[in-house]
Design a protein around this ligand. Structure first.
Ligand SMILES: Nc1ncnc2c1ncn2[C@@H]1O[C@H](COP(=O)(O)OP(=O)(O)OP(=O)(O)O)[C@@H](O)[C@H]1O
Ligand SMILES: [Mg+2]
Length: 238
């Protein structure tokens, strides 16, 4: 990394780390010092905040590590059932964005994909997090899986603020956050999509999006089937 970029990186990252850490520390201190004075419901509320902020830190650290390794390291690609992998991370978002509506529309009997499951979940986490973060409360975020041209297609659809045409080429750049009223109200450092694209392409996938300002955005990720070539060869031979 060049010096000025490195400084910018450190400044953004320290700010991003400080916010959840301050909140975790504050709520832990309150719980410790006033345990007997706080009712059970409030205790639960405070612990929930600590839990949510820790999750935020984990996602942030994952993204930072991916960038500082300069490119995301991919482990051995294995057979992954995309649907069950999505179902494992899905409850986190329902918890975190309580006032959004989340829908899963997953195709049955989807063939397995060739993926590093942790990295795939990092991709999905970044896309679902953006879909919720850049749409108002009460809006729907839908995750769709289906087969398309011998590939597995995953869509993350929101009806949020949308992206301006002139910003389309900025979206996957490192540290780029676009200007809209939700970007200024939400936390982020413009790393999510940069890393997401790197990871997707390393796993032989493709990422694209369509968006209309004020209407919403659809991110699409495509991955080949596990053993696609063998499957095709077999079907030709038989
Ligand atoms: N679904 C979406 N709808 C509208 N704008 C989006 C959407 N996804 C991303 N953006 C815009 O693209 C920018 C870059 O997204 P990216 O995920 O890389 O960074 P971030 O969400 O700002 O921060 P981070 O993901 O690192 O926490 C966002 O700041 C936002 O302005
Ligand atoms: Mg993001």
């Amino acid at each position: 990394m060049k010096n000025s970029i490195q400084e910018e990186f450190i400044a953004t990252v320290s700010h991003e780390l400080r916010t959840p850490l301050t909140s975790i520390r504050g709520f832990s201190q309150t719980l410790l010092s006033s345990w007997d004075k706080i009712n059970d419901e409030d205790k639960k509320k405070f612990i929930k905040i600590i839990e949510e902020q820790s999750q935020r830190l984990i996602n942030l650290v994952e993204n930072i590590l991916s960038v500082s390794k300069s490119n995301a390291e991919i482990q051995v690609l294995k057979k992954v059932d995309v649907n069950s992998s999505i179902k494992k991370i899905f409850p986190l978002f329902i918890e975190q964005y309580k006032n959004h509506i989340f829908k899963l529309n997953l195709q049955n009997n989807l063939p397995p994909a060739r993926l590093d499951e942790d990295k795939f979940q990092q991709v999905m986490t970044n896309l679902i997090d953006n879909a919720a973060k850049y749409s108002e409360e009460g809006k729907t975020v839908e995750i769709i899986t289906k087969i398309q041209n011998n590939n597995i297609l995953i869509q993350v659809k929101d009806s949020g603020v949308g992206i301006r045409k002139e910003d389309f080429d900025k979206i996957f750049k490192k540290f780029s956050r676009l200007e809209n009223h939700l970007t200024s109200r939400t936390q982020g450092n413009g790393l999510g999509l940069y890393i997401t694209k790197e990871i997707v392409e390393k796993m032989s996938g493709k990422i694209s999006f369509t968006s209309e300002i004020g209407k919403g955005t659809v991110f699409e990720v495509v991955f080949p089937f596990y053993n696609e070539e063998e499957v095709l060869k077999c079907s030709h031979q038989s």
